[in-house]
Design a protein around this ligand. Sequence first.
Ligand code: 9MR
Ligand code: 9MR
Length: 626
Amino acid sequence: MDSNKILLTSMLAATTAFAATAYQNQVGFLTNGPKHIAVTDAAGKEIIFKDADGKTALTVTAPDAILWESANEEASLVNFSELTTPGTYQAYLDGEAIGHPIIISDNALEGVTKASLKFFYFQRSSTELTEEFAGKYARAMGTPDTAVMYHPSTGRTDLTSTFNGAKGWYDAGDYGKYIVNSGISTYTLLQLYQHNKDYFDTLDLNIPESKNDVPDILDEIRWNIEWMLTMQDSDGGVFHKLTTKQFAGMVLPEKVVKQRYAIGKSVTATWDFVGVTALAADIYKPFDPEFAAKCAQAAADARWWARENPRAYYSQPSDVGTGTYSDGNAIDEKIWGSAELFRITGKPEFLEEVLRNPISKQRSKLPAWQTVYALAAFTIATNPHLFGEAEVDSSRNLIFTLADSYIDMPDNGYGLAIDNADFYWGSNSAVANKGMVLIHAYILSKEKKYLDAAQGLLDYLLGRNPLDISYLTGWGVNQVLHPHHRPSEGDTVEMPVPGMLVGGPNSSANDCAKSHIDADAPAKSYYDNSCSYATNEVAINWNAPFAYLAGSLQAIAATGKVYEVGASKPEPYDLDAIAVTKPGAKIRAAGNRLIFKNGAVQVEKTLRDGSIRYFNLKGAISKGNR
Ligand code: 9MR
Ligand code: 9MR
């Protein structure tokens, strides 16, 4: 270290020894919600909150400072929840302003809710974004995806033909469209709607469909589901992804002219597809029964393929370099897809699939693109009237095991249910997904502690973190400016597209953020530079739980209502009536064979719909069959 540096370092040390630093949500606090600010070097001192006229509105003595290991910093968590008059405030310590303006409002989270949903519009493939809806982020259509070719990895042999794979959302900073990641993202947004209908029925997102009679959030989600439906092959299986062979440069989508392919056909993509289309079949029914029935049929067809190809895991072909989303365990996807199918049909065979793989405590895993047990648990626990007691108990158990593990984390000065283990690629989505778990725990128990912890996690994403940064583009005093996002890099607008949650600190980032890794403070291992996809990319599966978290908190506050467990009573789909011909089942349909079952020789008869019945040799249907 040269002498100048030493001088600078000691000067900085001297200033930080006296000056307090405050970290807070930079966007806004709900009027009656919990309000906290993390302040360093403040223990025992008075923090004064002044209103816009400079009048003292509240004085709070800062409690003892506690270490937050992930920040490698001690801070006092100052609670100013008593401030419940909407307005703008400023905190002071020793006569100096600390932190940022504090905004308190009944609609404090409406702006970020809308923005995080509008992101999905900005990610639309196969359409131009017009100024009316995109403002200065208007752009030409790129990747129409109306003539997509089959990569040999799909198993197709007509490799010179094309299909229409239009619509859908770009996954992230790249222009790929990936079914697996669409699975959890689309489910999360559908649930945001389902759990907060009163609020979202009228929320205007200013998208091309805003004037129709369908809630905007559902119009936006449908854009992606329509693409997902195009990815189903004639045998029911679902292609894994739709991308160019290699990533494009950091350009606008109109510059992406290389051929796009359907690549792979996987069991994980197919089960994820089942989960989404089955849920959509219920949610879209009141708005468009025909579309809803199409989704139900697609789910049923996909399920056949997934069941018969349980080990069709995705493996990246050697000539392909785009995202992999590969996952060698499809049990969680199968449980989830089967649970959704059972919910909309009441058919016992789908429940059996859930029961064969019980949701146990060991399966208490945070939702993520590759781990979706929790999605099944969310659906089952909020529909106790449709599922059996055992599944409901184990699903509740999964949710509360996770939620309580957050609540029971040792206190830290930032007041956050986040620890060192959370700082991997997409850490901000881990934070948001914890929020989604906590909101489910609140829905199921109505215990305020869960909702308050969820608010804390949102505060972290919006600025209560050791970098004093809001990780949502376009929002906050110190906001992310350089996300890894091709449209934002490729256009001429200075600011990035707003409403995008970046991946966040990643203690094992292996890109240009490597030199920004702080081994002692994983929560600081972040680089606001578009070169860093491992800390600063955006993605649909990160924005979706953010929208769920902010949107649910805002909706619950605005409506004074919490989703009523057991409220949804889907009119069961009669899958027999919508002709569940097992795709490609022609040969099997004729099949009768003799097998040894239940201690006797029986006839196994495969019916035209692909279902199987057993008969004893006298022709009577044997017991316990389906
Ligand atoms: O832009 C790509 C991003 O979406 C991926 O998450 C990331 C990791 O697979 O890769 C990014 O693309 C980079 C590529 O891997 C290597 N060359 C530079 C590309 C743009 O930064
Ligand atoms: O979110 C994915 C993360 O869990 C993985 O560790 C990472 C590397 O494989 O890939 C992330 O997903 C990227 C995808 O492969 C391509 N589009 C961008 C996604 C976000 O970075």
